[in-house]
Write a protein that binds this ligand. Structure first.
Ligand code: BG6
Length: 512
């Protein structure tokens, strides 16, 4: 038995049924950095059925052996502690196959169908298939139509070979409300909603999942979790990296599409939702979507009052000089794409009326850190305020999502001595200290769930569209505006103007 509580928990789950995972975009970065390493770890830990096949599908011509060799390289690079002498790789690699094919060629889907049948027969697998679309989004529709035409998108119902078909879709899911709707229509013309798994890797993070446990498995927080006691909520996703060779993609996206529409609004919905009726995918997603629908829309003309956008210039990070955004490869020299956004949102419902949710995210900030801060209201009477030495600050509950996973509660305590001096102290919970092991990779959990058919941690059609409704107003406002984004130096915490989103008593962005 493993001594790792995360693994133990996972191993108590029912092992997913044997299946074949077809990776579209098999030559891509995601397959190599995340997907194959995650499948390797899961299989090695015995969390997947030993009956498994992984089939890479991409345009480039390759043999099984060449593809296996590439995957070995990626496992070497991306699985910490990978042991070259370990015989497990030899076993695992026998389950990896490669099929050359263009996404838009009907014959090649037919060829894929024949190949899948052959592999399944050879390995004794049922026709359960998970198609993972790790490709650029413009291919999603084409691939789904190709699968449909080759009768691969439907569950097989032949009495002797019944099985399921599911599709995992990577982000970006659309670039505004209209394109997200049309992508949903395209997918759902062929598939049923329960076959579609729209991935958001933030939902696979332990600390994000722990938000539900924190709120609903404890009696002390939930009574305070509302407008009576909460002053405001701050959510920060700071990254020190720049665009890392993805300039071409990023310049068309910007941080609003890349981080806020998906990851940050998902986190916000978990912080703000009502207790679900049951711990089931649809019950939870019903509550999350209600929050997204309750977000107050920002009229495009008022966008600058609620949203601050900026782009990084050259600067220094950890003592290293880094170029400005416009100097990055693949980025246009007169780009107006934002690499930093701070915004103030309101959730117009009974629980949150009047409580601002302040969100910020940016690249090339001084460090990588993601946290959620629930800032409570100050005590009603400043009993200690007369004493010069006192700084009565509001209480705050801080969820550190990454990298130092944990939760801290900040409160005032009397400094020992004859004077009444109150100072801020922290009560800390650290995952590492309490559980002694690092959390698993988000992709491991999400792949396991998709194979088990559990869509709790995947976003539903209505959630995606509700999130885009809010973001599209902002994008429209920027589209009409003649004012370019502000600038900030790489290595700084973003533009000063972001402080203006706070009104008088609410304080300021946390110094992290
Ligand atoms: C991705 C974005 O979805 O999330 C990247 O496209 C970003 O731009 C990444 O760097 C951040 O993920 P994490 O897990 O490192 O916080």
């Amino acid at each position: 038995m493993s001594e790792n509580p995360f693994r133990e928990g996972l191993s108590r789950r029912k092992t997913p049924e044997p299946c074949t995972i077809v990776l579209f975009g098999a030559s891509g970065d995601l397959t190599q950095r995340k997907l194959v390493p995650a499948l390797y770890n899961l299989t090695r830990e015995g969390l997947l059925s030993p009956k498994l096949a992984i089939v890479g599908f991409a345009r480039r011509k390759k043999t099984n052996d060449q593809f296996r060799h590439e995957m070995l390289e990626s496992v070497r690079k991306n699985v910490p502690g990978f042991d070259e002498k370990d015989l497990f790789w030899a076993e695992f690699s026998k389950t990896i196959f490669y099929q050359t094919g263009a996404f838009d060629s009907a014959e090649e889907y037919q060829a894929l169908a024949v190949r899948l049948d052959d592999i399944e027969r050879a390995l004794g697998l049922p026709p359960n298939r998970l198609y993972y679309l790790a490709t650029a989004p413009e291919h999603f529709g084409t691939i789904v139509r190709g699968l449909d035409a080759a009768r691969l998108a439907r569950p097989r119902s032949d009495p002797d070979r019944a099985g399921w078909a599911r599709i995992v879709v990577e982000k970006p899911f659309g670039r505004d409300l209209e394109s997200a709707r049309s992508l949903n229509r395209e997918l759902l013309r062929v598939l049923e909603e329960k076959q579609v798994f729209r991935i958001d890797h933030y939902l696979g993070k332990e600390t994000v999942q722990n938000l539900m446990a924190l709120r609903f498995a404890n009696g002390i927080f939930e009574p305070l979790w509302n407008q009576k006691y909460v002053d405001h909520v701050q959510i920060t996703v700071a990254e020190s990296i720049g665009v890392e060779g993805r300039g071409g993609y990023y310049d068309q996206a910007g941080v609003l599409r890349d981080m806020i529409q998906n990851h940050m609004l998902q986190v916000l919905s978990l912080v703000a939702m009502e207790p679900p009726a049951a711990l089931e995918a649809d019950a939870i997603r019903d509550e999350k979507v209600k929050v997204l629908r309750a977000l107050r829309r920002i009229p495009p003309a008022d966008v600058d009052l609620h949203v601050v956008r900026a782009q990084y210039g050259a600067g220094t990070i950890l003592g290293r000089l880094v170029p400005g955004y416009r100097e990055e490869e693949g980025v246009s020299q007169d780009s107006r794409t934002e690499t930093y956004v701070a915004l103030r949102l309101s959730v117009d419902n009974w629980r949150w009326a009047g409580v601002p949710f302040l969100l910020r995210s940016g690249k090339r900030l001084p460090k990588r850190t993601t946290e959620i801060c629930i800032q409570f209201k100050k005590p009603p009477l400043s009993l200690f305020g007369e004493q010069a030495a006192c700084t009565v600050s509001p209480n705050a509950l801080i969820v550190n999502v990454q990298p130092d996973e944990g939760i801290s509660l900040r409160f005032g305590a009397k400094v020992p001595g004859p004077e009444i001096e109150v100072r801020q102290v922290k009560m800390d919970f650290r995952y590492g200290d309490s559980f002694g092991v690092p959390s698993p990779e988000a992709y491991e959990r999400l792949l396991l769930d998709a194979m088990s058919g559990d869509s709790t941690l995947f976003t539903r059609r209505d959630e995606v569209e509700a999130a885009w409704t809010i973001m599209t107003d902002i994008l429209e406002g920027w589209g009409r505006s003649t004012t370019p984004p502000l600038t900030y130096a790489a290595g700084s915490w973003g533009p000063e103007e972001a402080e203006k989103l706070f009104s008088g008593h609410e304080g300021r962005w946390r110094r992290l």
